[in-house]
Design a protein around this ligand. Sequence first.
Ligand code: SIN
Length: 316
Amino acid sequence: MSDLSSIDLSVSWLGQTMPGCLYNASGVWCREEAELEAVRTSAAAAVISKSATLSAREGNPEPRYHRTALGSINSMGLPNHGFAYYLDYARRYDYGCGKPLFLSLSGMTLDDNLIMLRTLAAAGLPAIPEVNLSCPNVPGKPQLGYDFVTTTEALNAFDRAWPGRYGVKLPPYFDPAHFAAMADILNRHPRLAFVTCINSIGNGLVVDVDSESVTIKPKDGLGGLGGDYVLPTALANVREFYRLLPGKDIVGCGGVKSGKEAFMHILAGARAVQVGTCLHHEGPAAFARIAAELAALMLAKGYRSLEAFRGKLRTL
Ligand code: SIN
């Protein structure tokens, strides 16, 4: 066969097989239950919820998201309905659909994260936590993933609070010494099964020439960059952690707007691929389009499965 139906985009990881490799990045189409369900019933292969804090948050003042020709800048500030809302969704989630549910957790303190992990563990659900170590948008709260000592303490505590497999969402790193240092920390945690690379590139500044102004209100205009701006940095993080974290899975996130970028992430080593800015702009129909483009690219290259090229990026 040489048609698209012969292309297998399924992904086996975390003890299950999901029907494709694409799902939403936490933060996009996942704050409201209706959005989560729209993702679940689309061509996405999994669902992840908006980063939950223990109590609901309004987030930062508007405008807090701005679209640009190259992507986006945001400083949402973790607006969410609070952990109980997403736990309730997880209790009612249709796990039989074959699409894993990930719950993103972003406690304002370590204790908050531990309470959420323990509560989730007590609920005995198949939902898998992705702990967000990298939100750049809460004024006065640094990104945990840039503080290696605090990250070490947090992961040690997560291991005690949560009995199963889990993942973390990392900020982008920019120096080989930091890749190595973070990998050394992550490798000490066998149940840390996956890392999602990357969150937005934090604290960028987009300037509007006409108004001579910043484009978002929080933090005097500083915000996380997504879209085309971040693709090369995301790929570097995926590739480096793929090489440095044997036995763990890497979820690629950053700059995916077509099958081509999804292919690049998998070539760099990603097990699965999240879509953020493009999903924000296009809605859940993006998953079917990107999956079809990825399948067409694989067909043209003679690859039938993602395993055939995952991590096989060539160097010169
Ligand atoms: C936000 O709510 O500010 C975005 C979340 C994140 O970047 O982790």
